[in-house]
Design a protein around this ligand. Structure first.
Ligand code: HEM
Ligand code: HEM
Length: 161
């Protein structure tokens, strides 16, 4: 894996755009259960004050961006995890876990919606909550690094190198 001092502009842009779109889709999900029921019953999708297509396509955009980001990580490289020993190991596995749920959530959503599989709907919604908890912890750790340990972790996700 290529090592570099910081993240590229594209990696930083994709990080913040993904975070924003996940927040958006989380808030813009109410009524998806009813829309799915209507779709599975073969009827017209109900007007629920939310357009199911927006949730679906924003989610697919997240999936595409995460795949792109993993590709960029391999081609352009990435900095070594912050910390040493156990803390560096925790950062590496924390990021791997985030990538995993970032792939799993939209993939489960897609199987539910396009595959018409009711059974994966609940795991999708549950895992979306898991993303939120993990991302919240991740943000707290990032702020701790930046303002308590003062190791410039947040700066490297703001300024490219
Ligand atoms: C990565 C971004 C995504 C996030 C954060 C997200 C979040 C959520 C949340 C929180 C719910 C629960 C809504 C509720 O019960 O009120 C939900 C439901 C749903 N989402 Fe997503 N979603 C994402 C991507 C997708 C994608 C890509 C699709 C389809 C291609 C999709 C399809 C659905 C469907 C069909 C439901 C209803 C599931 C059910 O009630 O059984 N989502 N989503
Ligand atoms: C849904 C929200 C978020 C997701 C899914 C997410 C995901 C990720 C992932 C997967 C990485 C690893 C990048 C890599 O090495 O390829 C990362 C890095 C990073 N994230 Fe987030 N993030 C989110 C929100 C935030 C927020 C709100 C902050 C700041 C308060 C933040 C700060 C950082 C920092 C500073 C790094 C770089 C860590 C380092 O390499 O030292 N992230 N994020």
């Amino acid at each position: 894996m290529v090592k570099r001092d910081g993240y590229s502009k594209a990696q930083i842009g994709l990080h913040w755009l993904t975070a924003a779109l996940i927040g958006f889709n989380y808030l813009y999900s109410e009524g998806m259960g009813d829309a799915l029921d209507a779709r599975l019953e073969g009827g017209a999708e109900p007007t629920l004050g939310i357009i199911p297509n927006v949730h679906v396509w924003v989610g697919i955009a997240v999936l595409v961006m995460v795949v792109l980001r993993l590709g960029l990580r391999m081609v352009q490289g990435h900095p070594a995890a912050a910390g040493t020993g156990l803390t560096a190991l925790a950062a590496t596995w924390g990021h791997r876990l985030l990538y995993l749920v970032l792939l799993v959530v939209p993939a489960l959503g897609a199987v539910t919606w396009f595959g018409g599989l009711d059974a994966t709907g609940e795991p999708h919604a549950f895992m979306a909550n898991v993303i939120l908890v993990l991302a919240g912890l991740h943000a707290l750790v990032a702020l701790f690094h930046q303002f308590v340990l003062k190791d410039g972790s947040l700066t490297r996700m703001l300024r490219s190198k």
